[in-house]
Design a protein around this ligand. Structure first.
Ligand code: GTP
Ligand code: ZN
Length: 214
């Protein structure tokens, strides 16, 4: 059973063409565990690793657990965090910003880490959201195979749908380990992506205030 908020978010992403590309394979959690464990055993055998070794023998199981329950848990909307969205009785009409949100995700091209932080602002209309829920939404979408641009927009559109306003802005700055630890091996570069809605897009002062904020 999905929560009402999970359904709202999923519908908004589908309508915006921003849902992570997925197919329904009908596998339940235990079946995913078993299959990934078996396939990772094959990967290790293929690499010539000794799975009898006491340090290696539970690695296929650990990876299955890590994919299903941890780093890719956000593929499952039943894991969407419980939201507290309340009426804006206080009449807040100024920008609310949560900065320095820890973000660890996984690059969908190489399945290695994306390590960074996010900043999210919104200007309340009829609703305000519990602050920690913003962090939790970032975490939920980070727990998928991602490209940073999609992750940024998924957070934007989810909050717009939950808060009933276009006035949301998201910025993510991250280091991609597929750039740092392999390939070009650049350990200094980082990537910033921004997704702006409503006034953040149309009003240069609102945009500048958001971008300048830590
Ligand atoms: N736009 C975007 N690209 C990403 C992201 N994460 C990784 N990439 C890039 O995806 C690209 C995949 O390119 P390919 O040429 O197919 O893969 P590759 O041969 O492993 O590329 P190199 O990393 O250049 O060795 C690389 O340029 C990655 O840097 C992301 O979040 N957004
Ligand atoms: Zn990559």
């Amino acid at each position: 059973m999905l929560s009402e908020h999970a359904i709202t978010v999923r519908s908004a992403l589908e309508a915006a063409g921003l849902e992570t590309p997925m197919v329904q394979n009908g596998l339940d959690r235990d079946q995913k565990y078993q299959r990934i464990e078996a396939l990772m055993s094959e990967v290790m055998d293929t690499l010539g690793l000794d799975r009898e070794d006491d340090s290696l023998n539970r690695t296929p199981h650990r990876i299955a657990k890590m994919y299903v329950d941890e780093v890719f848990a956000g593929l499952d909307y039943s894991q969407f965090p419980k939201m507290s969205v309340i009426e804006n009785k206080m009449g807040v009409d100024e920008m609310v910003t949560v900065g320095d949100i820890d973000l660890t995700s996984t690059c969908e091209h190489h399945f290695v880490t994306i390590d960074g932080s996010a900043k999210v602002s919104y200007i309340p209309k009829d609703k305000v959201i519990g602050l920690s829920k913003i962090n939790r939404i970032v975490r939920f979408f980070a727990q998928r195979p991602q490209v940073q641009e999609r992750l940024t927009r998924q957070v934007l559109v989810s909050l717009q749908a939950l808060l009933g306003t276009e006035n949301v802005a998201v910025s993510i700055r991250a280091t991609h380990y597929c750039v740092k630890a392999r390939g070009i091996m650049d350990s200094n570069s980082h990537t910033t992506t921004t997704a702006l809605g409503g006034n953040f897009r149309t009003d240069p002062r609102t945009r500048a205030e958001f971008l300048a904020m830590r």
